[in-house]
Design a protein around this ligand. Structure first.
Ligand SMILES: [Zn+2]
Ligand SMILES: [Zn+2]
Length: 315
């Protein structure tokens, strides 16, 4: 019998970081793994058999990528997770629709994971940290291998029907995201229609998936510092993120309540979209409440005032 003391490791830390095989799933996460595998298999097989879609399908894929990216960064991230901006309810719902079409999941789930990330950044409980799990854990594996934090605690401000309904219809929405290109069967020969489906479905969704995952992986490979943690700005990811601003991640961790992520000359089309919506009376900044909500969620010192106290038009 060993007399050595028990390892100083709490149960949660052990559960998250205990080594496991790639295909091991956290409870309830098998569909997530199958979704990720299915998309990649369809991508590889499809690109071999159907590499050339109609030009209009490529354009549609890019437009959907852009709208879905805006849905995630403007609605999910800046408006819902950090309450940095209040969107017109109709605009908010439209952006949520495109975010789901981009494979970002339901708004309640996305916001839960994101608030948890800010609470636990670079601590052992940060379930997407490359510093504890390695690059591939932070990029993909945590999606199906990490246990979900408590939704009810982290999204108390998102109990309204207009948010819950998206969780209910998440699966048919994913079906729509994969199969939307089927409309091409009405207009072009079946080979072209299949290629259009491939590019509007799996090719676009795999691109969107990996782009979003770079925020947790590549944008968190910096040295762990007191302020902003391991987050870093990664300029070359501007192209993958279509200039929408999420790649300026160190800025964001320094001031999560700031609706403007890219500073100075750093391209941030998410911010400029908010400004455009503000000019039309469809968005307004909500800094004081943003700070309060962030404090309520336990983000503490990270919930600072914006770096730039810009104001957009008020409704
Ligand atoms: Zn982060
Ligand atoms: Zn954030």
């Amino acid at each position: 019998m060993s007399l050595s003391p028990a390892p100083l490791i709490d149960a949660r830390q052990f559960r998250i970081w205990d080594p496991r095989a790639w295909l091991t799933c956290a409870p309830g996460e098998v569909p997530t793994l199958l979704w990720v595998i299915g998309l990649h298999v369809a991508l590889v097989v499809g690109l071999i058999l159907l590499p050339l879609p109609p030009v209009s399908a490529m354009i549609a894929a890019v437009v959907l990528l852009f709208l879905g990216g805006l849905g995630t960064t403007v609605a999910y991230h800046r408006a819902l997770a950090h309450r940095a901006v209040t969107l017109n309810p109709v605009i908010e719902q439209i952006l949520i629709f495109f975010a789901l079409c981009n494979g970002s999941g339901s708004p309640r789930n996305w916001v839960t994971m994101h608030r948890f990330h800010h609470q636990q950044s670079d601590k052992p409980d940060d379930i997407s940290s490359p510093h504890y799990g390695g690059f591939w854990w932070s990029h993909l594996r945590w999606l199906w291998q990490a246990e979900q934090p408590d939704k009810d605690r982290l999204v108390k401000d998102m109990t309204a029907f207009r948010y819950r309904i998206w969780t209910t219809i998440q699966v048919p929405m994913l079906g729509l995201a994969v199969g939307a290109g089927a409309v091409y069967f009405l207009f072009v020969p079946w080979q072209e229609a299949l290629a259009a489906m491939l590019w509007i479905g799996p090719v676009r969704l795999v691109w969107a998936l990996h782009t979003q995952c770079t925020v947790n992986s590549i944008c968190h490979l910096g040295a762990i510092a007191d302020h902003g943690g391991s987050s870093r700005n990664v300029g070359w990811l501007t192209i993958a993120h279509m200039g929408q601003g999420e790649n300026w991640h160190a800025n964001h961790h320094r001031a999560p309540a700031n609706p403007r992520i890219g500073q100075g000359l750093q391209l941030d089309l998410g911010w400029w979209s908010i400004r455009a919506l503000g000019v039309m009376g469809l968005a307004k900044l909500k800094n004081s409440k943003a700070t309060k909500v962030a404090d309520d969620q336990g983000q503490g010192a990270e919930a600072e005032q914006p770096l730039e106290a810009e104001t957009i038009s008020q409704r």
